[in-house]
Design a protein around this ligand. Structure first.
Ligand code: GLN
Ligand code: ZN
Length: 764
């Protein structure tokens, strides 16, 4: 039975790739070194997979920045402004597209970045315009194939498929592409050319990733897919096998078509798309020469595979065909490198986890077990040991948490009185002016602050010293906010490393790793905490800091919390209980914190849900039933018990919620702030059209750039907002937290913001 891995993490066991690329950007490493480290990483990763007995090992899953950007460059999809820089090396052009370029050769911003489906990985959005001449123009996939061949490994090159590429690409003004015949032909020809080159090079399999197939189809999508592959498949000439790989969901709505096209392999996600994919295979069968790649090893979570279950899935496919391969459900890019090095967690904990390296072993084990006869299976040590992991309960359920959940009733999810009444009561109680000004929570986290935290960790300073240090920063930030005249102040979040980790570390039920990094974008990595058991709050988490800040000023200080949906979405969730269940536990924990903040005299409390939109299911028909129907109530559970005069804020990073605007309103917060500063007025229209009830602060300037906006610019922006929204519902704030900014630009920007609000108020 064939084994296949869709893709392997590229950043390296100890993030070697990140280190060397960032050193190159800083000028402390040469391009030669970048190339050398890259080749070493590729070699090591291929060898690891070969040693694990994987048959189809991917090449071209390596990237210096992003695989979608690599594909664009391969297809000559490079906007003129980057070509015109005429940089010395292809890598420099690639980095210029990925992160912008400012230097002696010119000044260009980066191409936009977007979330890769429902993951926390971000890809670069390819830009195609009239002047783009699509053709095969690079050699990266071929070079890497040859490189592995020299090492004695015939790899399976992986490319983002033409359908997904076209669906993700945008025009030069970020508009949707008009995918006309010429474009389809050009793309199909380039891919046919790629296939031919691989035939010449002696490849046996090539993998085209088409995750876009798991999305709802628009008119013409299926026809587009068919016309692309009708041109590409014949280029095989009977010498190369093409694996059409799909993941992050099911392809039941197009399986029939895809199956009839005669791919040599079809990759199905049997984790996220299990039931629908199985039903489709059952209904339409499998074309004679097609191998089904059973994606049974989860590439999106870190728990051990349940072998008995995976074998059941493989068997279900075997009822329809004897050509089944065992594969990862998606690329392993989205999991950390290896559990080796995490021994501090203890063997009893660690045995439950499989990161990328361990997942290789799982793929192999499952394939071997699937080939074994019944007796061999009964006697298999591997299977028995795996079964033990799932027999009985891994953790003792927390009876108290369970009792609290059981006792919840509908009224716990509903805040009283109605929002309109609350808004009136709050206006009186809080005494804020029209167009109140505030920020999103964090202020610049300077090197000095991070250094103090490191010292505390290493025991070089005492907790008292550290707290004194943080308090002095709070004093200073309160004073400065008062001085420039902000209306609602914050304490600055200086004590937090990360908005999720900070809470995870103070809640029962979480575990932390040392080195379990996954790539988020470019060279940036994140290290999500693990939800291990039932979650509850042991002690107040933020109350002391907020109360301290409030004691330093007459103005209102806004308490600052991370919401339950975001904590879960940026952690590794449990697989033994549902996301809904885990989110509810988190909601109860944060609810305790909300009530304690209120009791400590904090009248305004913000509960951030930065990642709420991120896990919205890919198919519209699942939005409510599989997500919003519990995610939105979980948020309400957090704040439903506060007094009418306590004002609840929330914050979301992106304004891409036009399509779920009613659900956002149903969070029943009093105020929401969000990112809308990149000229995107669509959300303002949506707010207007939906008669959005929540007061709202659409960000008036972009904190992702060091630029200082002028007072006039912000005033113009406020005027644009007021054209769409009722003035009594508008807040004035930047579009996200200021943690990554410097003080040098932060204070002038905020001061312009306050003056802009004052100026607009005066002419109302
Ligand atoms: N309160 C957080 C901050 O200001 C929110 C961060 C976020 O939205 N990503 O940093
Ligand atoms: Zn944000």
């Amino acid at each position: 039975m064939l084994t296949s891995v869709s893709g392997f993490p590229r950043v390296g066991r100890n993030r070697e790739l990140k280190r060397v690329i960032e050193a190159y950007w800083k000028g402390t490493a040469s391009l030669e070194e970048v190339r050398k480290v890259s080749a070493q990483l590729r070699a090591e990763h291929w060898k690891l997979q070969a040693d694990a007995g994987i048959d189809l090992i991917s090449s071209n899953d390596f990237s210096l920045y992003d695989q979608v950007l690599d594909t664009a460059i391969l297809l000559n999809v490079i906007p003129q402004r980057y070509r015109r820089l005429a940089l010395d090396n292809p890598e420099d052009t690639l980095f210029a597209i990925g992160r912008g370029y400012q230097g002696e050769k010119g000044d260009v911003t980066a191409l936009p970045m977007k979330k890769w489906f429902t993951t926390n990985y971000h890809y670069i959005v390819p830009e195609i315009d009239e002047s783009t001449e699509i053709k095969l123009s690079g050699s990266k996939p071929f070079d890497e194939f040859e490189e592995a061949k020299q090492q004695g490994i015939i790899t399976k090159p992986v490319l983002v498929g033409p359908y997904t590429f076209l669906k993700l690409a945008r025009g030069s003004k970020a508009e949707e592409l008009d995918i006309d015949k010429g474009l389809v032909n050009a793309i199909a020809n380039a891919y046919a050319e790629i296939v031919k080159r691989f035939v010449e090079l002696g490849a046996q399999w090539v993998q085209f990733d088409e995750p876009y197939l798991v999305l709802d189809k628009e008119d013409g999508d299926i026809a587009l897919f068919k016309s692309l592959y009708a041109k590409i498949l014949p280029a095989r000439g009977g010498k190369l096998k093409i694996l059409l790989n799909t993941y992050f969901g099911h392809i039941a709505d197009c399986y029939e078509t895809v199956n009839l096209l005669g791919f040599d392999g079809i990759g199905l996600d049997l984790i996220e798309g299990r039931d629908d994919n199985l039903a489709a295979v059952d209904r339409y069968g499998v074309t004679e020469n097609t191998t089904l790649f059973a994606g049974v090893v989860n590439g999106r979570n870190i728990w051990r595979n349940n072998y008995a279950q995976s074998l059941g899935l493989v068997e279900a496919l075997q009822k329809k065909t004897d050509k089944v391969a065992v594969a990862t459900a998606c690329s392993l890019l989205h999991v950390p490198f290896s559990t080796a090095g995490e021994e501090a967690l203890g063997q009893n904990v660690l045995k439950h986890f499989a990161f990328a390296v361990e997942k290789l072993g799982e793929v192999k084990d499952i394939a071997q077990l699937a080939e074994a006869d019944e007796q061999a299976k009964r006697e298999s040590q591997v299977l028995a040991e795996n079964q033990e992991l799932f027999d009985g309960s891994r953790v003792n359920p927390d009876a108290e948490v369970q009792a609290r959940l059981d006792a919840l009733n509908e009224s716990d999810f509903v805040r009283q009185p109605l929002r309109e009444e609350r808004q009136k009561a709050q206006r009186e109680a809080l005494g804020l002016p029209l167009l109140p000004t505030t920020t999103i929570g964090s202020f610049p986290q300077t090197k000095e602050i991070r250094a103090q935290r490191a010292k505390l960790r290493k025991g070089e300073i005492s907790r008292e010293e550290y707290e004194q240090f943080i308090k002095s920063h709070i004093d200073e930030v309160i004073r400065q906010q008062e001085q420039i005249g902000l209306d609602v102040l914050v304490h600055g979040e200086f004590e937090r490393n990360d908005m999720v980790e900070y809470f995870g570390q103070r809640l029962n039920g979480f575990l932390f790793t040392k080195n379990a990094w996954v790539q988020s974008y470019g060279t940036r990595c994140v290290k999500p905490p693990i939800v291990w058991g039932d979650v509850s709050r042991a002690n107040p988490i933020t109350v002391e800091w907020s109360a301290y800040a409030q004691s330093r000023t007459e103005r209102h200080v806004k308490g600052m919390l991370t919401g339950p949906v975001t904590i879960l979405n940026w952690s590794w969730p449990r697989e033994d209980v549902s996301h809904e269940y885990q989110t509810k536990q988190l909601a109860l924990a944060i609810r305790d914190e909300v009530l304690d903040l209120e009791a400590a005299g904090i009248n305004i409390i913000q509960i951030d849900e930065a990642a709420l939109r991120e896990k919205l299911p890919l198919r519209r028909s699942d939005w409510h039933s599989r997500y919003l129907d519990w995610a939105i109530p979980a948020f309400r559970l957090v704040h439903s018990a506060v007094k009418p005069t306590t004002q609840i804020h929330t914050h979301m990073c992106y304004s891409e919620f036009n399509d779920i605007i009613r659900d956002i309103d149903a969070m029943d917060a009093d105020v929401i702030s969000f990112e809308a500063s990149r000229g995107d007025l669509v959300v303002l229209d949506a707010i207007h059209d939906a008669r959005f009830e929540t007061e709202a602060g659409p960000g008036v300037y972009d904190i992702h750039s060091p630029r200082i906006p002028s007072q006039q610019e912000i005033e113009d922006r406020v005027d644009q907002i007021l054209a769409k929204m009722d003035v009594s519902k508008v807040w004035i704030n930047p579009d996200c937290g200021l943690k990554t900014r410097g003080n040098a630009e932060t204070w002038p920007s905020l001061s312009h913001l306050v003056r802009a609000a004052q100026a607009v108020r005066e002419r109302l």
